[in-house]
Design a protein around this ligand. Structure first.
Ligand code: IPE
Ligand code: IPE
Ligand code: MG
Ligand code: MG
Ligand code: MG
Length: 295
């Protein structure tokens, strides 16, 4: 686990430095908006999605600057999704990444706008030739991120989550919701490394299968942390999903069966890495991290 933890730290540090440079700053009339964007995006977080982009891309010797910029774009989308997820009209949460949520530290309008601006910044970053001199690669990244984060991806999953009581007894509907709200962006994070690195169709297929299983496991692990985790360790409130009537594997099946699902998905995810051999050691360890995570 040592090499993995070091690598995750390395990615997190580089990501935060790069995001700091990409995020707007200023004390003009929009200063409060910029400050809120920076507050949310630079506050930490595990940076798991950037880790997947960079680690997958390195398997194909992809350009490091391209990987880092794509990872920043993905983390902007993820951060925006968290800001909006925490709003009073959604999950109504007060703590995120160990600090007050954006609408608590600023105000609701600023939180909505900071999310909007992070969402659009993501595409500005990807569309810039600095991300890749190849227009085809830029377009593939823009289209892939749009699909993963829009109505047929993360936002669609969030919409189902908000209407969760309707699917509370339907395991396959819950799995679909989880794959959309969390899995789609995790999948794209991994696939982006393959796009930038010029992976073959077969390699991209394997990455896609790997991240499909990993993404679902990641959200079930998050639901388990809500049910059994420690608020200080996870940096957000726990024990709220049940009160809110959230549909989840944990609510429907219970804690132990949900854990078993995560373990099964984890072993399936690792199985898809076979074609990469030793090169995929870090992606394989990422699966163990998701299995064992306490934050
Ligand atoms: C939290 O994501 C919300 C989910 C989609 C499960 P993370 O657990 O990756 O949050 P950070 O980025 O580390 O704060
Ligand atoms: C959020 O799922 C998924 C997103 C797309 C943001 P949760 O609502 O379970 O995430 P947390 O627990 O608030 O981080
Ligand atoms: Mg939510
Ligand atoms: Mg939430
Ligand atoms: Mg949660």
């Amino acid at each position: 686990m040592g090499a993995f933890a070091d690598h995750l730290d390395e990615v997190a540090d580089r990501l935060t430095v790069a995001l700091d440079a990409l995020l707007p700053r200023g004390d003009g009339a929009e200063g409060r908006l910029f400050s809120a964007m920076r507050y949310a995006a630079l506050a930490g977080g595990k940076r798991m999605r950037p880790f997947l982009t960079i680690t997958a891309g390195r398997m194909f010797d992809a350009d490091e600057r391209a990987l880092l910029r794509a990872a920043c774009a993905i983390e902007c989308i993820h951060t925006y999704s968290l800001i909006h997820d925490d709003l009073p009209c959604m999950d109504d949460d007060d703590m995120r990444r160990g600090q007050p949520t954006v609408h608590r530290a600023y105000d609701e309008a600023t939180a909505v706008l900071a999310g909007d601006a992070l969402l659009t910044l993501a595409f500005e970053i990807l569309a810039d030739p600095k991300t890749s001199p190849e227009p085809d690669i830029r377009v593939a990244l823009v289209a892939g991120l749009a699909r993963a984060s829009g109505g047929q991806g993360m936002v669609g999953g969030q919409a189902i989550d908000m209407a969760g009581r309707q699917i509370a007894d339907d395991l396959s509907a819950i799995a679909r919701m989880q794959r959309l709200k969390t899995g789609a962006l995790i999948s794209f994070s991994t696939e982006a490394g393959g796009i930038i690195g010029g992976a073959t169709d077969e390699e991209r297929q394997a990455l896609s299968r790997y991240s499909h299983d990993l993404g679902l496991a990641y959200q079930i692990a998050d639901d388990l942390l809500d049910a059994t985790g420690d608020a200080d360790a996870v940096g957000k409130a726990v024990g709220k999903d049940a009160d809110r009537g959230k549909a989840s594997f944990v609510a429907l099946l219970g804690v132990e069966p949900a854990r078993e699902r995560v373990a099964m998905l984890a072993s399936q995810a690792k199985g898809h890495l076979g074609i990469f051999g030793e090169k995929a050691a870090l992606l394989s360890q990422a699966v163990d991290f998701v299995l064992d995570r306490e934050s």
